[in-house]
Write a protein that binds this ligand. Structure first.
Ligand code: RRO
Length: 287
């Protein structure tokens, strides 16, 4: 799947990613009202990854609904709309509007590491988090995925709360809180100072999170964080993910990364004598 946050702003880019071999696409997070996001610089490249603090730029669900409608008519793969809000009612309203426009599922962003009063501020308050998930669940009749933050003491504890509240699947993980400082100017590079690290640097963290969640809950897990080649994807499957999302690797490997990863998984299954991906989901947990 295409991970949220990269190339997920328009029907056109979502279609090109699907044509390039993604099995499903997730949009950039969208809220009730338009939001400008932070001023530049909003992305910085560091060794093994990117740090971003985009600040949730989005046109608001009413305008974005047009893109969802257009994408839904031409896409041949599931369209998942990433949703954020500042309250349970807002999450539910945005999710409802996304489904009315044609979303096949929603992914609740309760894990953005650097925007106040939403994202991980919601995801770390277990009471509010449970209310958000159950409100959205009772509002729409489509699967509800919840994207979790690694910036917590126990991601498995959070996963348990979210699943009890009705989540159909979990996406693990959002970016890892990080920063970079310019030694010439002596100040932080991102305008927001702090951002979220993605890419290869976070793969071992994401893998551990998926492994921990798989031990605790029974819903499908979507692995996300640093998947760059087929071997990364297979590691996530062995840790317990049923699917993976790819984001930053599109920037480093190009859009062909989706086909390359799926082809690599198929070859691995063949060489190892497995008949289906299902046979290796969580296989690393056997004692
Ligand atoms: O827009 C962002 O700055 C952003 C979001 Br919403 C998110 O969930 N994760 C991230 O790294 N950046």
């Amino acid at each position: 799947m295409l991970a949220s946050g990269i190339l997920g702003y328009s029907a056109e880019t979502l279609e090109s990613i699907a044509e390039g071999g993604a099995g499903a696409v997730v949009t950039k997070s969208v809220g009730l009202k338009p939001r400008k996001g932070y001023t530049n610089p909003t992305v910085v490249q560091v060794s093994c990854g990117l740090i971003n603090a985009m600040g949730l730029p989005n046109p608001g669900i009413d305008e974005f609904a047009e893109e969802i409608r257009e994408a839904r008519t031409s896409l041949e793969v599931p369209l998942i709309v990433s949703v954020y809000g500042y309250s349970e009612e807002e999450y539910a309203t945005v999710a409802r509007k996304a489904v009315e426009a044609g979303a096949d599922a929603v992914e609740l962003n309760v894990s953005c590491p650097h925007v106040k009063e939403t994202g991980s501020e919601i995801g770390q308050d277990l009471e509010i988090l449970a209310k958000v998930v159950s409100k959205v669940k009772s509002t729409i009749n489509r699967p509800v995925f919840v994207k979790l933050s690694p910036n917590v003491t126990s991601i498995a504890d959070i996963a348990e709360v979210v699943v009890k509240a009705g989540a159909d699947a979990l996406t693990a993980i959002n970016t890892v809180k990080a920063m970079a400082i310019d030694t010439e100017t002596t100040i932080p590079i991102l305008s927001n100072r702090v951002g979220g690290l993605s890419g290869q640097a976070i793969k071992p963290i994401a893998l551990r999170c998926v492994y921990d969640i798989y031990e605790r809950v029974k819903v499908p897990i979507i692995g996300c964080g640093g998947v760059t080649d087929w071997r990364d994807a297979v590691e996530f499957l062995l840790a317990g993910a049923s699917a993976v999302q790819i984001g930053t690797a599109i920037a480093t490997e190009g859009p062909g990364v989706f086909k390359a990863v799926s082809h690599g998984i198929e070859e691995y299954l063949k060489v190892k004598g497995f008949k289906s991906v299902k046979e290796i989901v969580g296989l690393s947990h056997r004692s």
